[in-house]
Design a protein around this ligand. Structure first.
Ligand SMILES: Cc1cc2nc3c(=O)[nH]c(=O)nc-3n(C[C@H](O)[C@H](O)[C@H](O)COP(=O)(O)OP(=O)(O)OC[C@H]3O[C@@H](n4cnc5c(N)ncnc54)[C@H](O)[C@@H]3O)c2cc1C
Length: 461
């Protein structure tokens, strides 16, 4: 493509800013990033409390976050944050050690079986499901893999593997099919409590591409990255190092694609581009109080775009940042497995203590309030349930300092996944001088979105 091509990027989150970085690295400098808010980072939002930054959005990474590492190198920063730690409680608020055989004598046979199944899972992922962990979903529904190896060098890889079609199944069914049901006891911690939905509704492809075997083991061993100034700092730094930093407070009223050009009406002015990359939500099925809308609502949306994007759903994932009395401050972060099942929708699943050295900090809480087959728990109800749960956990809150119900983890369900949703959307890349990127195209974490942008630039520019 001509290096002077004028590219508009919608969204100044990890996907949009990374797209800018990778374009720039390849010699494309004529790009403009439009961000609707007065800050960059998107779901990496790290506000300040008593001079230290805490996390309302993304918290951690793993050593295989190669795209995030590219960003760190580009900016000369590193993951210098507090070491993570955790413990477990049951729904009654008692501290438990579910994986410690000595504390669970009666559960020893189950724990041994689980260990065996984890080993088996590792083996089948390498053999039967070869190619499962590539970024994005190209070819999966047709039994192919096509992309770049998950290695620092990211060599191109391609192949046929009909077993990959199984990944369209909900994760719980996929586990059953492969005789590894008990592995869900381990995968659920960094999956459901991190807001990515329940195993009986979410296709295995999402679960396993994010929590590939190595990544899940890094969670188990707490081999994780954090950033002292918050994950938002990564993207602020990237923005500062780009030749064309994001234009904040950009209100896009309209996007029209005609005569081979893209016309973007932003803050009352019409701007002309050759290509547009959308990293903002493509479709939002309901009206949101934060004013966030999907691309189909401000683009001259074509029938194929509308038809495909209307299949996208997302999670209702709520975060509260609360103060506690010093004597009620949790010693550590806690996971509450009892609350990670659909029957406990809206309850506290995990709460996070960021700094070990002080009680003068906020604690952040996390709850999901939607399941495919259940009535959504209203925001206020869920908020109250979480505050009540904190009392049950013996860590009552005195004040809510910040709260966020964010547009989270856009995805499609098994039927659409199996019907080739991803291959249809991939076939539309550049069809209307438009590229689709961001969370829906890979997975809702910092690295998968940044990596998707890298590969998009590699494939098309
Ligand atoms: C509570 C929480 C915890 C998380 N934990 C982790 C974690 O530990 N590790 C991890 O890797 N990931 C985590 N994530 C997920 C991670 O933050 C996201 O997957 C990642 O930020 C997605 O990047 P993105 O650029 O695709 O989307 P976003 O971060 O959502 O960025 C999209 C950007 O587009 C902007 N935008 C939207 N509409 C428009 C418009 N019309 N015009 C212009 N701009 C627009 C938005 O304002 C936003 O800045 C977490 C997220 C949350 C909320």
């Amino acid at each position: 493509m001509d290096k002077n091509v004028r590219i508009c990027i919608i969204g100044g989150g990890p996907a949009g800013l990374s797209a800018g970085m990778y374009l720039e690295k390849k010699g494309y400098e004529n790009y403009t990033i439009l961000e609707r808010l007065d800050r960059v980072g998107g779901k990496c939002w790290s506000p300040t409390y008593n001079d230290r930054r805490y996390e309302m959005g993304a918290i951690m990474g793993v050593p295989s976050y190669y795209a995030v590492h590219d960003v760190e190198e580009f900016c000369g920063i590193t993951h210098d944050g507090p070491k993570l730690n955790r413990n477990y409680k049951n729904a009654k608020g008692d501290v438990i050690e579910p994986f410690e055989p000595k504390k669970n004598i009666l559960k020893i046979p189950r724990l041994l079986k689980m260990k065996k199944q984890i080993k088996k899972l590792g083996e089948i992922l390498e053999t039967k499901y070869k190619g499962y962990d590539l970024n994005g979903h190209r070819g999966v529904a047709e039994g192919r893999y096509d992309g770049f190896a998950v290695t620092p060098g990211r060599e191109p890889v391609k192949g046929t593997n009909p077993n990959l079609k199984d990944l369209a199944l909900p994760f719980s069914e996929w586990c059953k099919l492969n005789g590894v049901e008990l592995t869900q006891d381990v995968w659920i911690g960094p999956y459901t409590s991190f807001g990515y939905g329940y195993f009986d509704e979410i296709p295995a492809a999402y679960v396993l591409k994010y929590l590939d075997f190595q990544t899940c083991m890094n969670f188990v061993k707490i081999n994780l990255w954090t950033w002292k100034n918050g994950t938002q700092y990564i993207w602020e730094q990237l923005n500062d190092h780009l030749k064309n930093p994001a234009r904040l407070n950009s209100h896009i009223e309209k996007v029209e694609r005609k005569d081979g050009k893209v016309y973007v009406t932003v803050n009352g002015n019409v701007e002309e581009y050759d290509k547009i990359i959308v990293t903002a939500p493509l479709y939002i099925p309901n009206k949101r109080t934060d004013g966030q809308i999907g691309m189909v609502d401000y683009f001259d949306t074509r029938d194929d775009e509308r038809e495909l994007f209307s299949k996208i759903d997302y999670e209702r994932y709520d975060v509260l940042a609360v103060e506690t009395k010093p004597e009620d401050h949790p010693e550590i972060s806690y996971y509450v497995f009892d609350n990670m099942v659909p029957e406990k929708l809206g309850h506290l699943m995990v709460y996070y203590r960021r700094w070990r050295d002080t009680k003068d900090q906020v604690i952040t809480t996390y709850a999901l309030r939607k399941h495919k087959n259940q009535k959504e728990v209203p925001y206020e109800t869920c908020r109250q349930m979480v505050l009540d749960d904190l009392k049950t956990m013996h860590n009552p809150a005195t004040k809510v300092v910040n709260e966020w119900s964010v547009y989270y983890f856009p995805h499609v369900f098994s039927e659409d996944y199996a019907a080739g949703w991803y291959d249809k959307v991939e076939a539309m890349q550049d069809k209307y001088n438009t590229f689709y990127a961001g969370e829906i195209m890979a997975f809702g974490d910092m690295d998968e979105t940044a990596e998707y942008s890298r590969e998009l630039v590699e494939r098309f520019f």
